[in-house]
Write a protein that binds this ligand. Sequence first.
Ligand code: BTN
Length: 256
Amino acid sequence: IIEIGSNFIGKHIYHFDSVDSTNTIAKKMAAEGAFDGTVIIAEEQIGGRGRLGRSWISPKGTGIWMSIVLRPNIEPTEAAKITQITAAAVANAIRKATGCEVGIKWPNDIIIHNKKVCGILTEMGAELNSVNYIIVGIGINVNVDIKEFPEEVKKIATSIRACVGKEISRKDIVKEILLEFQKLYLDFIENKNIKKSIDICKKYSVTLGKQVKIKNRDKEIIAEAIDLTEDGQLLIKNESGEMQTVISGEVSVRGI
Ligand code: BTN
């Protein structure tokens, strides 16, 4: 059981043994009126979900499989900002708790030594033009044994254990994430901007300055990643030299 003494993010924590997906549980709880800042953690997910309809392998007792229920007063188009806040919070937290050098691959992957250690899945419940709730799902391979993952995942995934060389307390990392997240999220709510988070995302970015391939539905563009805008979009220069911004999509960075 985790006690972080928080009066907001993580004030209410629900800890499950085995669930389908913590995001699915969080959505259900949010629809039934769960408090802003409620956290759902599971030891194991049977149907862990990733972005773009992928699955997320979530073995028992070895990773952080967690979702946060948020009720911000924002428009649906601003949901991507929450992903940037989360990426910044998780990157900072992992660095503080483990000393590992992490990178952020825009928009939502945390990387160690060019491999993915954490993914973020932001989902929303909205009516017309107002957000009812946002669920941020965070999956971190802490002590997971990557050798047991399927071949195609092994090639692109890593764990914190592989970086540190020994097992690391998941609780310490969870605490640090919730504290960092609360700080950055409150800054957004109070000041109506995500400058602090964007600065962190820029500092740790493994995307900026690189050549990227962006797949969005059927379209694929090759471009150079130039900057992050103040609301967390990626500013790119395409092959004909034109600048444009992308809100999200599947991004591959050359060499990663
Ligand atoms: C991705 O990189 O594709 C996102 C992965 C998100 C995984 C987390 S684990 C906790 C939460 N519950 C889920 O089913 N998914 C997210």
